[in-house]
Write a protein that binds this ligand. Structure first.
Ligand code: HEC
Ligand code: HEC
Ligand code: HEC
Ligand code: HEC
Ligand code: HEC
Ligand code: HEC
Ligand code: HEC
Ligand code: HEC
Length: 507
């Protein structure tokens, strides 16, 4: 059945090819890709039209290589010979390295895989891929799934409450719940579970069954063993530079009260300039020149982009390892610390043996964190981005305030944590899962939402509403007070209870 259809379809191959080449600019497509297009043009016009708008459809790797200096986009030393002279089409991505992919399945005479991985992209974008392995994002699945403490947080949030016989308990949530919550952003671990035969409009065909799919989380564990998902910021199939450079792309995952970078940015002066004037900026230019192409930084400018300053001189090199410009980890669990050395944070053990970058009384796990010299290097890299638009004293003043904010919010978290530790020590909350009881939630909110938001406002807006009333210092202080109040009320009651209890035999 499949073969007959494939044959029929092949008859119109040259006609379709001619049509495809009508559109300019369009590079020649390989024989394999033209076969894919035959069916997929009508099956998935959304996919095919997006691809036609991409540079992958317009520029061959050989042409891309021929560009010199800062105009050159492609980073690999060389690309496989067979891909040099045709467009980067369906077959070039979906049939490449077939033997490495557990999800490869026979399809129209080719071995096709659906989950195109960072290692597939690496054939032409080796540098981006290598840098991305050093980005904490690439490890985002394991940073949750392989950290027993963080998995307790997953359970405390996702599990289904059960109220029975006057007792509140919970039962484990399904895997699909975990996949559409925490792991939708952090990434799932893909696993092949079998092959299914599906009736398609082109007859019966076989497709792989993949657990954990669909998903485009930043740390997805792929079926060729690689980690990460380039689609998280370069949505298929246009893979547009403009999209990666706009803040809304990061908004998808950086919006919650725990990770409010986008909200903070939107309410900042830079965000204001972007929303008021950004429609006239040039988001595709290479190199990307401050002042000329954009008037204020987006997320990409500060964290990723190759930025040019006066006379087109590059002031910051592009990096897909965002840690290159991050001296601190201001997302505190529970304290802000120097940035971790390894993107895999599940390996960290503090002096009390916990998988956290500092102990609960804020002694940092220094052997797992970068030292002062490295922090200064990273700070200088971040600051070099500001200097085409700001004076050095403006920039120094800004970062001095951030350091103070880190110190003061950590002090507030220490106060909150000391109260929480007394609550545990006095048995007023059980010492099992530290995130599931009401008062533990109040404690977690103090650092997860408020201390973090306060630091984000300092780092990415120079203060403002998010530094005070919008999940900022106001709520932080209020939560510390609430913890103290709750503790006093309960321990007073506990004292009364003890006093009226008949003493039992001493231990
Ligand atoms: C004879 C027609 C035909 C040809 C040729 C063809 N495909 Fe498909 N393809 C299909 C159909 C039909 C589906 C199923 C669509 C659906 O169920 O929505 C499909 C599905 C897919 C999927 C999704 C698989 C999944 O697990 O859901 C991918 C990826 C794919 N094709 C890639 C390709 C590539 C790459 C080529 C060229 C090497 C190609 N196809 C050639 C008909 C074809
Ligand atoms: C530059 C590489 C690249 C090219 C070129 C490319 N794809 Fe994809 N494609 C991807 C990536 C990445 C994904 C996301 C899969 C995942 O990792 O979950 C994807 C996903 C898909 C899917 C499944 C996604 C869904 O939403 O159902 C189909 C079907 C597909 N591609 C078909 C095609 C077809 C047809 C073409 C040619 C017009 C094509 N692709 C060209 C990289 C590519
Ligand atoms: C076979 C080689 C090849 C593969 C595989 C490949 N690319 Fe590309 N990519 C190119 C070429 C060639 C260009 C165009 C460069 C130019 O315009 O000079 C490009 C351009 C890009 C751009 C810039 C688009 C723009 O608007 O400027 C992005 C982003 C990109 N690729 C991402 C990816 C991702 C993500 C993958 C994997 C899913 C991938 N590429 C796979 C060759 C490849
Ligand atoms: C909307 C996307 C999104 C969802 C959903 C999400 N996270 Fe995250 N998570 C992030 C981002 C973004 C960061 C990084 C924050 C930063 O660096 O500022 C992060 C970081 C973390 C970290 C720190 C990991 C480390 O290596 O230090 C933990 C722990 C965490 N998240 C727990 C969770 C839990 C538990 C859930 C589900 C209950 C969850 N996250 C759901 C986006 C998300
Ligand atoms: C699909 C979800 C997703 C998207 C989209 C996304 N991120 Fe993230 N990002 C995450 C997660 C999850 C983490 C935290 C991983 C961890 O801690 O293990 C993270 C971490 C980070 C970090 C901290 C890195 C570090 O080393 O401490 C920065 C900075 C960041 N993201 C910036 C961005 C920018 C800029 C964009 C847009 C261009 C973006 N992110 C898009 C999910 C996402
Ligand atoms: C967290 C978001 C994010 C993820 C994930 C991401 N990128 Fe990027 N990428 C960007 C941003 C932002 C830019 C723009 C950089 C600039 O302005 O210099 C970019 C630019 C690029 C370019 C440059 C294109 C050109 O025309 O110069 C390539 C190629 C690329 N990325 C490939 C990849 C590959 C391959 C992966 C997966 C290993 C990946 N990216 C993952 C955000 C991301
Ligand atoms: C003006 C420059 C600038 C802009 C614009 C900017 N950031 Fe930041 N970002 C910073 C600085 C400075 C820090 C703090 C440095 C550090 O954590 O070491 C930071 C920290 C972060 C962190 C926490 C990293 C960690 O390890 O805890 C995340 C996540 C982040 N930014 C994401 C974003 C996103 C998403 C956007 C856009 C919505 C954005 N940033 C816009 C400068 C910027
Ligand atoms: C492309 C140019 C550009 C870059 C790069 C840039 N800024 Fe700005 N920034 C501006 C402009 C323009 C304003 C608005 C000045 C005004 O309000 O008159 C601004 C405003 C600010 C403000 C004022 C906020 C307020 O509420 O008044 C701070 C603080 C700031 N920038 C810090 C930084 C830091 C730190 C960096 C680097 C991490 C940076 N900027 C990078 C252009 C830039």
């Amino acid at each position: 059945m499949f073969r007959t259809i494939a044959l029929l379809v092949c008859l119109t191959l040259s006609a379709a090819l001619a049509m495809a080449q009508d559109r300019a600019p369009q590079a020649p497509v390989s024989a394999a890709t033209s076969e894919c297009l035959m069916c997929h043009e009508s099956l998935h016009p959304g996919i095919v039209e997006a691809w036609k708008k991409s540079r992958h459809a317009a520029v061959t790797p050989a042409e891309a290589f021929s560009l010199a200096g800062s105009k050159r986009r492609i980073s690999a030393e060389s690309v496989p010979e067979k891909y040099a002279d045709t467009a980067v089409g369906c077959a070039e991505c979906h049939t490449t390295r077939a033997e490495k992919h557990a999800d490869s399945f026979p399809h129209s005479g080719y071995s096709v895989h659906v989950a195109v991985s960072p290692d597939d992209c690496a054939q032409c974008h080796a540098k981006e891929r290598e840098q991305y392995t050093r980005n904490i994002m690439a490890e985002a699945w394991g940073n949750l799934a392989e950290n027993p403490l963080f998995m307790q947080m997953v359970r405390a949030i996702n599990d289904v409450p059960v109220y029975d016989g006057g007792l509140l308990s919970s039962r484990a949530a399904s895997t699909s719940t975990d996949e559409e919550t925490c792991f939708s952003c952090h990434g799932t671990k893909l696993r092949m579970t079998g092959i299914e035969t599906r009736d398609t409009i082109m007859g019966e065909m076989e497709f792989p069954l993949i657990e954990g799919w669909p998903n485009s989380g930043v740390g997805r564990v792929n079926l060729d063993g690689s980690k990460g998902s380039c689609t998280a910021c370069h949505a298929r199939h246009q893979f547009s530079m403009e999209m990666a450079r706009k803040p809304e792309t990061c908004m998808v995952c950086h919006s919650g009260p725990d990770v409010p970078a986008y909200k903070v940015y939107k309410a900042s002066r830079h965000g204001n300039l972007h929303s008021a004037l950004g429609k006239d900026w040039n988001y595709s230019a290479i190199p990307w020149t401050a002042g000329q192409d954009f008037g204020a930084p987006t997320c990409a400018v500060c964290h990723v982009s190759r930025v040019a300053g006066g006379d087109g001189v590059v002031v910051a090199e592009r990096t897909h390892a965002m840690s290159d410009r991050l001296p601190w980890r201001i997302f505190g669990v529970p304290y802000a610390t120097a940035h971790p050395k390894s993107a895999d944070t599940s390996i960290i053990r503090n002096a009390d043996g916990q998988p956290l970058p500092a102990t609960l009384d804020n002694r940092p796990a220094t052997e797992f964190l970068v030292d002062k010299a490295e922090q200064n290097k990273r700070l200088a890299a971040m600051q070099s981005v500001c200097l085409p638009c700001h004076d050095a004293s403006w920039v120094d003043g800004y970062f001095a305030r951030l350091e103070t904010t880190i110190e003061e919010t950590n002090a507030a978290t220490l106060a909150a944590t000391r109260i929480m530790q007394r609550i545990w020590a006095e048995g007023l909350a059980d010492d099992g899962n530290p995130f599931d009881e009401y008062i533990e939630r109040v404690w977690a909110r103090s650092w997860l939402f408020y201390a973090t938001t306060t630091r984000f406002a300092s780092a990415m807006a120079g203060g403002g509403d998010y530094a005070v009333f919008e999940n900022g210092r106001y709520q932080l202080m209020e939560t510390v007070r609430k913890l103290d109040d709750w503790h006093r009320a309960r321990s007073a009651k506990a004292d009364v209870n003890t006093a009226t209890k008949t003493p039992t035999t001493a231990p």
